[in-house]
Ligand binder design. Structure first.
Ligand code: FAD
Length: 596
């Protein structure tokens, strides 16, 4: 049993459910077929298991520290990232013309999932660099790309995203970092950036920060935010590294999880000039950043699935070998004890983890396929539909796993009992790591506001209509297939309840009231989407030869059954609060919590 990947499930998603073969006929992906994809996954799995997995617990226990103003961390971090770079994985999804290998997003997701599951504290440095390079590739000038992209895609320079500040997290319109134009194409940056992952380290030769800042005299609020490229060391015209750029490490934040990734307070321009260049248009920084953030948010959701998967695989393995107790009804104290996996409640906790992890993975894989379609489909209508669906599904793909795969991690601890609570076993680490996903890249609440306040109503509700039409297609297939009457009826009722709640909120003239229960809406919407995903998986499994005897397919069918009976019914309690525009929380006065 691999602790970092379920290859059988990946095969199912790619080749049986999502019809990935079809995508590989696109000209961009002609050098890929099932055999090459398998070989890529094999190679990535070997590196992740050899270089990332073995040092995960050690790195968690020995987080980076600051010594003489510099970051010190275990050598294994650099070694693992060198292996990742040597395999060409920094540039894997980029164009061949840039030195990449045009890897389809879905394969890239599967590859990076193994590194996340093995050791996300290290993998984060690579993922931030790739996201940063993506943004540079889309919005950077030719000169910026010439100087910065090659060393980033080779894995020699790393990247970061600098949005947050000590006083501005969710409310980015209130950032204070300033960028004054110097008239020679450079800007002088002054300000503090908080929580910056990978913000400083000594592994890479240089660090490329993507920084949000305001140009004095620009519009107020989000419309006045611009994006700047700010290197740790200035870069000479020939690409060589120059002087330090006054990006000062003011301190490291010590976190409950993701402990291998440095998290920094950075002061820009404190003791001398910190120079940056504008990326894209002035005052369009947040728009450019959001372009990248959609992708980053999918990665966060997928990261959450991977932490959930790590706990699921570990606790499953444990439950098969740990013996404890006997079945109810067996009164013979001399009879052998049973493996705990034989207890119904342990099976329930393992199944709850399976539906969260495999449901979340299928949703993320579907979104990655939509990214592939959006970028490669010949038909513009197909590209537009993929784009709309991605816009709508992004807050869900980010948030649903961060809630439900975190819950899966809680159950993994429970399966191990007292051992699960001990630091000798990795399941408590997976929980701590996963807890971040609820918070960064927009908190759970922020995504609820995004979904209900923006996404479901955008373009006259076109994205929502497209999603509903795809769910209707699955319902139709289920009717034609037969045998899923309970599930089709339950999904239809849940979908109608979501649409009803959506209408009520959109028609409410008071935005504060309409959005007061947006977080519950987000969760219920997500549960309904995952119910659709599970019905879809079950239909594919049921159509496979020998599906009821084959344990893999029978497991998919049981998981669908479980999800519809144990999980989906919760949406009705949540949606009744949303639909009735309940004011209980909105109307609370701050002093009511304690009486003063
Ligand atoms: C480990 C870690 C790594 C990070 N990495 C990075 C990084 O690399 N780059 C970067 O720029 N940032 C990073 N962040 C910052 C992260 O994105 C912010 O922490 C997050 O956006 C929340 O901001 P905040 O911490 O200031 O909380 P606040 O914005 O103060 O939020 C506090 C609470 O209030 C709620 N809230 C706020 N506004 C509203 C509202 N309008 N309606 C309802 N509820 C609201 C939030 O949901 C939250 O529950 C990281 C954070 C952590 C912890």
């Amino acid at each position: 049993l691999s602790y970092i990947v379920n290859r059988r499930d990946l095969d199912f998603l790619m080749w049986e459910m999502l019809d990935f073969q079809e995508l590989l006929s696109q000209p961009r992906y002609l050098s890929y077929d099932r055999a090459t994809v398998t070989a890529v996954l094999d190679a990535a799995q070997a590196i992740a298991e050899e270089k990332f997995l073995p040092c995960a617990a050690m790195l968690d226990a020995n987080e980076p520290v600051m010594r003489d103003g510099k970051v010190a961390m275990p050598k294994e971090v650099g070694d693992a990232l060198t292996a990742y770079a040597d395999a060409g994985l920094f540039g894997a999804a980029f164009d061949e013309a840039l030195g990449g290998s045009q890897m389809p997003h879905l394969v890239n997701l599967a590859v990076n999932g193994m590194f996340t599951c093995a050791n996300l504290g290290i993998a984060n440095y690579a993922f931030l660099t790739i996201a940063n390079a993506n943004m540079l590739n889309d919005f950077g000038s030719d000169e910026q790309k010439r100087l910065y992209l090659p060393p980033m895609l080779e894995g020699r320079w790393f990247g970061t995203m600098c949005l947050s500040e000590p006083e501005a997290g969710s409310s980015l319109s209130d950032i204070r970092t300033r960028a004054e134009p110097l008239g020679d194409g450079h800007y002088r940056l002054v300000g503090s950036k908080m929580w910056i992952s990978g913000g400083d380290q000594e592994i890479s030769e240089n660090i490329v920060h993507m920084v949000l800042a305001k140009i004095p005299g620009g519009p107020a609020g989000v419309k006045g935010i611009s994006l700047f490229l700010v290197p740790k060391y200035r870069v000479n015209d020939d690409g060589s590294i120059g002087a330090w750029n006054n990006v000062a490490l003011a301190g490291l934040n010590h976190k409950m999880g993701h402990r291998g990734t440095t998290n920094c307070l950075l002061n820009l321009g404190e003791g001398g000039d910190c120079l940056g260049t504008l990326v894209g248009e002035p005052h369009a920084g947040l728009k450019h950043m959001f372009h990248m953030m959609n992708e980053a948010r999918l990665l966060v959701g997928h990261g959450s699935v991977m932490s959930g998967q790590a706990g699921f695989l570990y606790s499953l393995d444990y439950a098969r070998s740990r013996v404890q107790g006997r079945q109810p009804g067996n009164k013979d104290p001399l009879s052998p004890q049973v493996p705990i996996i034989e207890h119904a409640d342990i099976k329930r906790m393992l199944m709850a983890q399976k539906v969260a992890v495999e449901g979340g993975l299928a949703l993320c894989a579907y979104c990655a396929l939509l990214v592939d379609i959006e970028t490669t489909a010949a038909n513009p209508d197909e590209r537009e539909k993929a784009h709309l669906l991605l816009e709508l599904l992004t807050p869900i793909a980010k948030s649903w796993p961060s809630e439900h795969c975190l819950e899966a991690n809680k159950l993994a601890i429970q399966v191990l009992g007292g051992y699960g609570y001990s630091r000798e076993y990795p399941v408590e680490r997976f929980y701590r790591d996963n807890r971040l996903n609820h918070i960064h890249e927009g908190t759970f609440a922020v995504h609820g506001l995004d979904l209900l306040g923006r996404k479901v109503g955008m373009q006259g509700g076109e994205a929502l209509a497209e999603l509903v039409s795809r769910i209707e297609q699955t319902l139709k297939s289920a009717h034609a297939h037969g045998g899923f009457d309970f599930e089709t009826a339950a999904l239809r009722v849940a979908l109608d309840a979501v649409l009803d709640a959506t209408r009520t909120a959109l028609e409410c003239p008071r935005p504060d009231l309409a959005l007061a229960n947006a977080t519950l809406y987000l969760d219920a919407f997500g549960q309904t989407v995952i119910a659709w995903i599970w019905l879809w998986q079950a239909l594919v499994a049921d159509a496979a030869p020998n599906s009821h005897a084959d344990a893999f397919y029978a497991g998919k069918l049981a998981a669908c059954r479980y999800f519809f009976r144990y999980e989906l019914p919760h949406v009705h309690a949540q949606l009744s609060v949303v639909r009735s525009l309940d004011e209980t929380c909105l109307a609370l006065r701050a002093e009511q919590f304690l009486g003063f």
